[in-house]
Design a protein around this ligand. Sequence first.
Ligand SMILES: [Zn+2]
Length: 303
Amino acid sequence: MAGPEEKSAEVSLPPGLRAVTAGNASPMTGPGTTTYVLGKGSVAVIDPGPDDPRHLRAILAALAPGESVAAILVTHPHLDHSALAPQLRQATGAQVLGFGPPGSGHSPLMRRLAKAGLTGGGEGVDPGFAPDRCLSEGETVDGPGWSLRVLHTPGHMAEHLCFAWGRMLFTGDLVMGWAPSLVSPPDGDMGAYLASLSRIAQQDWQMLLPTHGPPVTDPARRIAELTAHRKGREAQVLKALDRGATTLPEIVAVVYHDLSPALQPAAARNALAHLIDLAERNLVVAEPAPLPAARFRPRRPAP
Ligand SMILES: [Zn+2]
């Protein structure tokens, strides 16, 4: 969402890992969904990708003769990550593992806002996603020669998981290789997103493996960069409010004035996510509630 940060250099994958990129490149998916195939003989597939028969064929073609799929792991139920899961399950017999159906991880705040009428921005939630087995924080999924530890990392989506493979981390859409992620309430939550970034920043990762864009070989720098980007946007939102913007469209026009039209709707969702987070932290007043049609103003310290 924040302008071009594409990296063209080829980064080679660690031994034991294969990648198959789907043909769904777009302003929101960058170079397209990368499906990872981990292990040898009996493999894990991470983020099967969009419902596209060509991509299904490409994943199956990436398997060696006699190789089988032990598990299909889904970082979160967005269509470009999870939609192919039922077809891949059918083709391989493997179980689909993920946090749960969309909405199952909503925080009390997001449940309250959803009840008050807040709906998503049409960012491709997979309404039918239903894992065969729900994963939770801290558990491991093992196969011959590989082991994945589950990290619950809400923010881009409440049901978002990352998978740690030794000092490598499959980051789904928490950290993308080419641009900052969309955070669109009520599925997305800016406070949770920043907390998840801060959490993964505490570990010394060797490499991050995003579902969009190339592997990140300097994890600490990339995580710091994404955190700083969000903090910068937050400061811009507060400044826009200080200068008299009161509605979401007014705030977006100020903060994202240089963004291409194709990305403006997503930018408005990110701005709303910041405003909800700021209201929750008592830095902004939203009347009648932090919803897209609200009027926003900075909370002035008491005289
Ligand atoms: Zn996503």
